[in-house]
Write a protein that binds this ligand. Structure first.
Ligand SMILES: Cc1cc2nc3c(=O)[nH]c(=O)nc-3n(C[C@H](O)[C@H](O)[C@H](O)COP(=O)(O)OP(=O)(O)OC[C@H]3O[C@@H](n4cnc5c(N)ncnc54)[C@H](O)[C@@H]3O)c2cc1C
Length: 392
């Protein structure tokens, strides 16, 4: 059997680990799904350092800010970043950049890919609308030509942090008559475009979501459309496939598994012969298997992508398995910690915050994993039709 990673990849893994051990604060809670201001600031600083090393987009072509490293090397980097709870694979480096590389003009590649690789620009993602989430083809945000410009009118929901973004990338309908998915185009506009604004609301994980309004925003047509007019659906599909192939679930799971096992072994709070302890131990063992399966599903996606194929339902497999595995794991982690799993990390009255309060935080945040990027039901529909070839 061929190992997935070369000796050079494994040596690089050690280099990434050493980097994070040196650079991250000792009490680092992590930037993944944590929106605290301090966390964002540290993530931003770390990303600048990672960009300087050329690691953020190391598998990209050199002319677009990459190092032409093997894909496996990039996977090692993303895995280790997630293990150290650094959100290194954002929209730009994780999926928008890949979509621009596949579908954008040379001018657009030059304009966006270098700055993405150098961690200079951030994006707001505007696909979902109040009445178009799972059925994204039902979106009603409109774009029409006036002279040299496109004008945009409509509303998006869920995507957040417009105020921190440099650009908003989104889908808008450019042909009202065409079949639904054939009348959609893909746009990127500056976040300070007049008429672009947001209302913010809280999610139960302690972060924010937004409703974003495009009130007759006007932008030069050449500068804002990606690919050809009415081809936006296919560009979004590329972006979504890479968003869904979320290697972070496996790496996060592996890290938390280590921490829980260490806590269990050191705490000595469980009687090993108690039947509840035996059941719980077996549940944890089951999750340990699932973490590995999740990892392998992701490697399969990467391998297909590296072979020049366009994996689609395989991304849905990663998405379903990873997100649902994380949800199952959080229930088991909650059982292991018992009532302590309900104490928030910043509770000043409690000295019983275990694992930095991560389990409590994740229990609140993880329901969103099976929604964002497309729900589990929709991913199963995609596997049934695209993967198994069943009729729609
Ligand atoms: C934390 C979070 C972050 C997000 N970030 C972004 C973002 O940055 N940008 C962005 O554009 N969007 C974002 N989303 C939106 C996300 O993509 C949508 O919530 C998701 O696609 C579901 O759409 P909806 O909420 O409109 O639910 P609906 O489409 O209304 O679905 C409701 C329920 O019906 C089920 N359902 C619908 N259609 C079918 C069907 N055909 N077969 C079976 N079941 C079906 C769904 O699975 C779901 O359970 C985010 C969501 C969350 C929760």
């Amino acid at each position: 059997m061929r190992p997935v990673f070369s000796d050079e990849d494994e040596a690089f893994r050690e280099e990434v680990r050493a980097f994070y051990r040196k650079e991250l604060p000792k009490d680092w809670f992590g930037g993944l799904s944590d929106e605290a201001e301090e966390s964002r600031r540290i993530t931003h600083e770390i990303k600048k350092k990672l960009a300087k090393k050329g690691w953020l987009t190391m598998a990209w072509p050199k002319q677009y800010g990459g190092q032409e490293a093997p894909l496996t090397r990039q996977v090692v980097f993303v895995e280790e970043s997630a293990y150290f709870r650094v959100n290194a694979r954002d929209a730009g480096t994780g999926y928008l950049g890949i979509a621009i590389m596949q579908h954008g003009t040379e001018e657009q590649k030059q304009r966006f890919l270098g700055p993405i690789s150098r961690a200079e620009i951030d994006f707001h993602q505007g696909f979902s609308e109040p009445n178009a989430g799972s059925d994204l083809t039902g979106l009603t945000t409109k774009a029409w030509r006036e002279g040299d410009d496109y004008v945009f009118s409509g509303q998006k929901i869920w995507g957040g942090h417009l105020e921190q973004a440099d650009y908003s990338f989104f889908l808008a309908r450019t042909d009202q008559e065409a079949p639904k998915h054939k009348g959609i185009s893909f746009f990127i506009i500056p976040s300070d475009t007049p008429g672009l604004h947001a209302d913010t609301f809280a999610n139960m994980g302690g972060g924010n979501q937004q409703i974003v309004y495009y009130d007759n925003c006007r932008v030069n047509a050449q500068e804002c459309i990606i690919g050809a007019e009415n081809q936006g659906w296919y560009i979004a599909a590329t972006a979504l496939n890479h968003e869904r192939a979320f290697v972070e679930h496996a790496a996060n799971g592996a890290r938390l598994m280590e921490e829980i096992v260490e806590l269990w072994r050191s705490a000595d709070r469980h009687n090993a012969n108690d039947h509840r302890t035996i059941v719980l131990r077996n549940k944890l063992a089951q999750v340990a298997i699932e973490v590995q399966v999740c990892r392998l599903l992701n490697y399969r996606f990467i391998w297909l992508y590296g072979e020049g194929r366009d994996p689609s339902y395989e991304a849905s497999q990663v998405k379903i398995f990873g997100s649902e595995m994380t949800q199952r794991f959080m229930h088991v982690a909650g059982e292991v910690l018992g009532f302590y799993s309900q104490i928030q990390r910043d509770n000043p009255k409690s000295s019983h915050v275990y694992l930095g309060g991560r389990v409590e935080h994740q229990i609140r945040y993880q329901p969103s994993y099976t929604l964002m990027g497309g729900t589990s039901e929709i991913q199963r529909n995609l596997i049934a039709t695209r993967g198994l070839g069943l009729p729609r």
